[in-house]
Design a binder for this molecule. Structure first.
Ligand code: FAD
Length: 453
């Protein structure tokens, strides 16, 4: 086992718990200090909230976004920042459930949402905050090679650039793999910088943003055309439409419960090493973005950062918790560092930062939307399992708020055709202790499968 570093770096800036991405903030937003009124109120400044804010405020609606902490202080800002369409959706499963045409439409719209968002906010992203290049999906066992071939087949069918490499064609710096797929057009971002840039662009377009402004309650009023009345401290906000985008850490509003029953709450650890000249070189010369392997539940993903650090995440377990800083002595942190060391043919520097955070994983791997009818007033609740889907949801939500039809809705809405996993999950009792126990059993089963298969 390599040296993990004696002391991990401590939080700086104004974050409650600082992940690595504590970039100097582009802008702080004020707290709400008076009653307010708008067309669309958004609760939550994560990727879903800011993406919807950008899209809706581009259409001349008066939008207000309320974030209980700072922009990106939920799962989004504690993520690894890998923007991978390859891992966002499993096209084969989607094809089986919704047909090829819908799977192709979803992939295209996801890819467009990422490109559109990044091009709109590029002026606020410094070069190091946005990487483009190649990710590596590697076979951890020889008998996993057919997984790569199947993946390449579907990616080729959908026009995604992919190259299959045998063991002896792998980059010399990778260790202990039996083959790999090189996935092109992948991206990596500093997620805090990305969300700040989206929020700032929305703000430029007229969206009013309030930080340190927690929404504690809301109700629908029938007077006139009807409206939503939100409460924050001593103030009220009147809105024609409402988006709840509060992620996994948000309040359990009753309207959200049926949606939450389709989500697996997951806690994951992340480490970031000190800079290594070897990593800086593979980023610069080979455009390396990320790497992960064919293990399912034991899997660890890695990101190669432009300044030569390696970020590794994984060690997922069921359940949620507020983000927290981890110690170098923590077993999962040691395990993640050991995995990086085993997978590379160059020395791995000690760990500089480590944290744990939670997110929600939809049982069938697709983002989820719930639209609650209130006459002409739309209430939308949205949940994503990744940054690209969050950007796509922003576009779909803008359509709903404007009363436009969106052809992806049958795949995204809560009542969609459900996979077996999603049906089983929704049948689990809504008692957190029992649900967690059942999920732990499922995770253990999947881990065993990884070891044995
Ligand atoms: C460790 C980890 C690594 C990950 N790595 C990746 C990755 O590499 N790539 C990827 O695509 N995805 C990754 N993800 C998943 C991704 O981060 C999440 O799916 C996504 O960020 C969820 O976005 P969201 O907008 O739904 O929620 P959040 O980002 O959690 O945003 C919700 C916001 O709502 C606010 N809020 C809650 N309640 C209230 C209230 N009452 N009033 C006002 N505000 C409120 C919260 O403070 C929060 O800022 C990772 C997640 C984790 C935890």
């Amino acid at each position: 086992m390599k040296d993990l570093g004696s002391e991990l770096k401590q939080p700086i800036a104004s974050w409650k718990v600082s992940p690595f991405w504590h970039a100097a903030r582009i802008r702080e937003y004020p707290q709400l200090t008076a009653d307010a009124q708008c067309d669309v109120a958004i609760i939550g400044g994560g990727i879903v909230g800011v993406s919807a804010a950008l899209k809706i405020s581009s259409e001349n609606s008066k939008v207000m976004l309320f974030e209980r902490g700072k922009i990106a202080e939920g799962s989004s800002g504690f993520s690894a920042g890998v923007i991978s369409l390859a891992t966002t959706v499993d096209l084969r499963i989607i094809e089986t459930q919704f047909g090829r045409e819908m799977a192709a439409a979803l992939y295209k719209r996801l890819s467009d949402a990422v490109e559109n968002t990044l091009s709109q906010v590029r002026q606020y992203m410094d070069t190091d905050a946005l990487q483009k290049g190649t990710s590596i999906y590697a076979a951890a066992k020889e008998k996993h090679l057919p997984i790569l071939s199947a993946e390449q087949e579907i990616r080729t069918e959908y026009g995604m650039p992919t190259k299959l490499r045998s063991k002896d064609q792998l980059p010399a710096w990778l260790n202990a793999f039996h083959g790999a797929l090189l996935l092109e057009n992948e991206r990596g971002v500093n997620p805090v910088r990305l969300l700040e840039s989206i929020a700032k662009t929305a703000n430029d377009k007229g969206c009013e943003i309030f930080e340190n402004t927690e929404i504690s309650a809301f109700e629908h009023k029938q007077d006139g055309e009807g409206y939503f009345l939100l409460k924050s401290g001593n103030y009220t906000i009147k809105a024609r439409h409402l988006l709840i985008a509060t992620g996994v850490h948000g309040k359990r509003w009753s309207q959200k419960k049926s949606l939450e029953r389709l989500l697996v709450p997951v806690r994951g650890d992340i480490i970031v090493t000190a800079p290594s000249p070897d990593v800086a070189r593979i980023v610069k010369d080979e455009g390396a973005i990320a790497m992960w392997d064919t293990y399912q539940m034991l899997y660890v993903y890695m990101r190669y950062l432009p300044d030569g650090r390696i970020l590794a995440g994984g060690a997922d377990s069921p359940g949620t918790g507020e983000p927290l800083l981890k110690s170098a002595k923590d077993e999962n942190i040691k395990r993640l560092h050991a995995v990086i060391a085993r997978r590379h043919n160059f020395p791995i520097p000690p760990v500089d930062y480590a944290w744990q955070a939670s997110f929600s994983l939809p049982a069938d791997g697709l983002p989820l939307l719930k639209q609650v009818e209130h006459g002409v007033n739309n209430l939308v609740i949205a949940s994503t399992d990744g940054l690209p889907s969050g950007m796509l949801l922003g576009e779909v939500i803008a359509d709903i708020m404007a009363g436009r039809k969106n052809d992806l809705m049958p795949m995204l809405e809560e009542r969609r055709k459900r996979s077996l996993e999603a049906r089983l999950l929704s049948l689990m009792p809504d008692v957190p202790v029992l649900r967690n126990f059942a999920l732990k059993l499922v995770f253990t089963g999947m881990r065993l499968k990884d070891i044995l298969c």
